[in-house]
Design a protein around this ligand. Sequence first.
Ligand code: ZN
Length: 354
Amino acid sequence: MNNLSTILKYSPFQFNKIKKERFFKNFQKKLTNYHFDKCNKYSKILNLLKYKKSIKYKTFELPFLPVGLFKSHNLVSSPKNDIVRTMTSSGTSGNKTSRIYLDKENSAMQIKVLTKITNNYIGHKRLPLLIIDSKNTAKNNKIFSARSAAIHGFSIFGSNITYALNVDMSLNIKEIDKFYEKYKNTNCLIFGFTSILWKYFYQSLLKTKKKYNFKNGIILHGGGWKKMHDEKVNNNDFKKSLKKNIGVKDVFNYYGMVEQTGSIFIECKEGFLHCSIFSDIIIRDKKFMRCKFNEYGLIQLLSLLPTSYPGHNILSDDVGKIIGEDDCNCGRLGKYFIVKGRVKDSEIRGCSDV
Ligand SMILES: [Zn+2]
């Protein structure tokens, strides 16, 4: 399969458009052919799309799967016995969730790439970590929810891990105070799912009238804005409120999908999400044509990581736009973009019927 070790030695944001395209297209093509050979259901779909292994496709011409397919079908490319972990998307109540099957190799690569990307934002040193969740969520299971997978993934960046919430999701003030007394003046990391951080940490703290001032603290959060939009909280409000009441110096939002764990997109100080050398995005309009920069459309996500399941090229139901490429003021190369929200089920039914 793809030998990512050739690019793992580089910084995840050091290639410009031309340099990136040179290897990205080939890696994507190899992945497509690999899954075509290994996953029966995938090859059936590609045959319907008249995909031919011998044709030289451009990256944007390669076939993509609508994310809904991972909810309705079990798509696997590795032998059953090699699967060591199943991940499920969080899925709002009543909705079906995706099931993603990981073998050892795929799982290990996710951690490697997640580390490379995250280190680029928060530095290479392990930081004291306050997790805004309960220990129960993080329990090690063979089946992982997106939330527990994220906690596990990001725990590798932490030392002295402290859980801020009790099993019933109430604040564990005693533990938080202990953590605060120790690390209020040093660098530390606070991690949580966006909606959990807001509801069970920030809002609960407001009720207690307690304030903290983690002067050198960094908040890293992700997991989607759907619940936040329902509460009419946007990214800016979120940042401002947390900075004011918890006193951290930086708040980083990350975007990613359970189908492409590892190759996440983290927001820079300019407020834009960045593609790394392990990922790319394309924006599509209703007819699936490519949008220009600054035009909103559906976000198609490409990742070089999925090897045990055909999740390397997916059309999400998230709406966003690309702002530019290689010229963000933060200095990172690659495409940078924003996510606006999600389209309703009915609007994308056409494409889920593939
Ligand atoms: Zn940037």
